[in-house]
Design a protein around this ligand. Structure first.
Ligand code: 4NP
Length: 164
């Protein structure tokens, strides 16, 4: 396993930030799933936040289809959109990008190697995933959001196996 991930397993608390573009569709679903499932492992305790690389939706609630999708699946979560900024690197231990453009945008803000080693693709934790990307459902019907949820759930299962 990656040595940085290995080191996180020794911590009592780890802070995870889910990041997409708008912080209204994918990363709020990812935060909802991880926050609700974090108690499946006794240690480390997991604190979850989310943000978007753009400022476009700052302060907004999640997209209604994201909220509908996680609620129907039994997750409880409240959300207000934030932008990912360079100082976020200091506030979290793990930064999980939804797609490769999100990852590139996050890495473009990294100030040093300490920042860079915190950045991973969420789906890289799902060994069965055919792609490392969670595709953007913005503009699609609810089925696309439900597919995103399923991808995220599988990845979160893998993440929890990695961290326990
Ligand atoms: P997200 O989806 O990155 O999963 O939150 C999007 C939300 C809004 C936009 C693009 C993607 N937008 O162009 O406003």
């Amino acid at each position: 396993m990656n040595s940085y991930l290995q080191s996180l397993r020794e911590k009592d608390v780890i802070r995870v930030e889910m990041v997409c573009l708008g912080n209204i569709c994918r990363s709020p679903i990812a935060a909802a799933v991880l926050a609700n499932r974090a108690n499946e492992i006794e240690s480390p305790k997991i604190i979850v936040t989310s943000s978007g690389t753009s400022s476009w939706h700052v302060g907004e609630s999640a997209h209604r289809l994201s909220e509908k999708t996680w609620t129907l699946a039994g997750y409880e979560h409240s959300h207000s959109a934030r932008q990912f900024l360079a100082e976020n690197f200091d506030q979290v231990d793990l930064i999980l990008a939804m797609d490769l453009s999100n990852q590139a945008n996050i890495l473009s803000l990294a100030r040093n190697e300490v920042d860079r080693e915190k950045v991973f693709m969420l789906r890289s934790f799902d060994p069965a995933a055919p792609s490392v990307e969670v595709p953007d459902p913005w503009g699609s019907e609810v089925e696309a959001y439900q597919e995103v949820l399923a991808m995220i759930e599988a990845a979160v299962s893998g993440l929890l196996r990695t961290l326990r």
